[in-house]
Ligand binder design. Sequence first.
Ligand code: FES
Length: 158
Amino acid sequence: MQRIPEKIHELTVGQLSARSGAAVSALHFYESKGLIHSRRTPGNQRRFSRDTLRRVAFIRAAQRVGIPLATIRAALAELPEERTPTRDDWAHLSETWRSELDERIRQLNRLRDHLTDCIGCGCLSLDSCVLSNPDDVAGERRAGSRLMTENGGQTEAH
Ligand code: FES
């Protein structure tokens, strides 16, 4: 990984990409979503303050555990004057996000177990495939025959 000399206080997008490991396109995307900010040089080139490195590390770490960008942006926006997250900020937020991650793992485990039933099947039946109809919407809305539509018309048997 490319080292950036301490005396350099601003980074080009290429330097930020090389040092952070994030693709230039990802950095542009983060900027378009307001997660990172740059200033423009007189030649219209982006320059990022050095602390953007930490900000990008924060964003990527949160993304790795599946935190949606909107949630990350909200967390960053809550920091006073949109400062770069400190070690304490990360400790606090990662603790908050842990329960979300636990819940997501539980859901994925359930999906994996259901997928096991589907492997080699291929029916995608709305009646019996839990992945095809996870909430069994039709079954919950009305008991009895699923061959009738809600307005009483006939529907195709599956
Ligand atoms: S594909 Fe047949 S049970 Fe899911």
